[in-house]
Design a protein around this ligand. Structure first.
Ligand code: SAH
Ligand code: SF4
Length: 359
């Protein structure tokens, strides 16, 4: 028998909870008690909310669900990048990556533990270098599935996460409503209490949604996955560029910059003989100047089944030095052991392929 889908408690902000509780004839301070149980004590059933009366707990359980996600596979050890594979209630798989303090790139400080979270199951945008897009798009993650990735990783590791990047599987701006709601919960004092400046959304370039995000009051950071400085290069590896070309994308970024205090950043994966020429570096500098953007260079992580390779270290350094020479704030990710550091989406793909292979 199929039961009606209930709203998950971890998809509501405080004011919405207050309204629900008022509708149940309860004083609105009860909402604060509920969020305390959800985000500070982190109980996994409504029944454990013991300062609420038994009848109220029963009514809450009739109205709301309280989901939980558990890691079914963890790769990596403390002090390295760790990947967590989660099975969702409907059987879908997603992954999160915990990046240790020493490797943290976003949020500006090196003493922060960063989590890279997924926003969709699969991805519809099909970038040619990315494991997440290889098997197409299944569905958006719900708000609570996004929030729960943080809670589950903190629970599994006993560590506190202070920096969040929406750079896992999926395109966050294609699931903007749920992502923003999750951010409100993650950012709130009554929620997970992570500062907006320590939250970064990464997008492959959905220009209209960048404009929408610009109008949001939250002071979150935006990273744009550029990966090519001309339409010719971008068209080759990112199908989205045929819908929103570089000029359309950069002018949406201008609009974003005009509305926000935070500095934008460009992500740029270095792929041998595709986007790593001196010319691309010079044009990339020009785009970065225009937006006062910072550039993060990421040597390509190989994905099984895809033809691309990362450039030699010498080439990576040359590319970096051209940007530096133009005065662009730029980083080059140099960490070793990129087998496990391989970009999000790969662990899931590998697990699904193994499952298929074993029947
Ligand atoms: N869809 C969003 C966010 C998820 S992708 C976006 O595209 O920005 C997160 C980051 O991982 C992007 O910068 C993406 O380009 C990068 N990435 C994907 N595949 C990669 C690979 N094989 N090696 C290195 N980085 C990769
Ligand atoms: Fe999707 Fe981002 Fe991967 Fe492109 S890079 S396929 S937008 S997850």
């Amino acid at each position: 028998m199929k039961s009606a889908v209930k709203t998950d408690l971890k998809s509501l902000i405080l004011s919405e909870l207050q309204e629900h509780l008022r509708n149940l004839g309860e004083p609105s301070y009860r909402a604060g008690q509920v969020t305390e149980w959800l985000y500070k004590k982190r109980v996994d059933t409504i029944d454990k909310m013991t300062n609420l009366s038994q009848p109220l707990r029963k009514r809450l359980s009739e109205t709301f669900s309280l989901g939980k996600i558990d890691a079914i596979r963890v790769l990596g050890a403390r002090d390295t990048t760790r990947k967590f594979l989660f099975r969702l209630a409907d059987g879908n798989l997603i992954e999160s990556v915990l990046i240790p303090a020493s490797l943290a790139l976003y949020g500006g400080r090196s003493d922060r533990r960063t989590i890279c979270v997924s926003t969709q199951v699969g991805c519809a945008y099909g970038c040619k270098f990315c494991a997440s897009g290889l098997e197409g798009f299944s569905r958006n993650l719900s708000t609570n599935e996004i929030v729960d990735q943080l809670i589950a990783v903190e629970r599994a590791t006993g560590e506190t996460i202070d920096n969040i990047v929406f750079m896992g599987m999926g395109e966050p701006l294609a699931n903007l409503e749920n992502v923003l709601q999750a951010i409100r919960i993650i950012n709130a004092e009554w929620g997970l209490g992570v500062g907006a400046r320590h939250i970064t959304i990464s997008t492959s370039g959905l220009a209209p949604q960048i404009r929408k995000l610009a109008e949001e009051p939250l002071q979150i950071r935006l990273a744009v996955s550029l990966h090519g400085a001309t339409d010719e290069v971008r068209n080759r590896i990112m199908p989205i560029n045929r819908r929103y070309n570089i000029e359309t994308l950069l002018s949406a970024c201008d609009y974003y910059k005009a509305h926000k205090k935070q500095r934008l950043s460009f992500e740029y994966i270095l792929i041998a003989d595709v986007n790593d020429s001196d010319d691309q570096a010079r044009l990339l500098s020009r785009h970065a100047h225009r937006l006062s953007a910072k550039v993060n260079l990421i040597p390509y992580n190989s994905v099984s089944g895809l033809p691309w390779t990362r450039p030699s270290e010498k080439r990576q350094e040359k590319f970096l030095s051209i940007l530096r020479g133009e005065g662009i704030p730029v980083t080059l990710r140099r960490e070793k052991g990129h087998d496990i550091d391989a970009a999000c989406g790969q662990l899931r793909l590998q697990t699904e392929r193994e499952a298929l292979a074993s029947g």
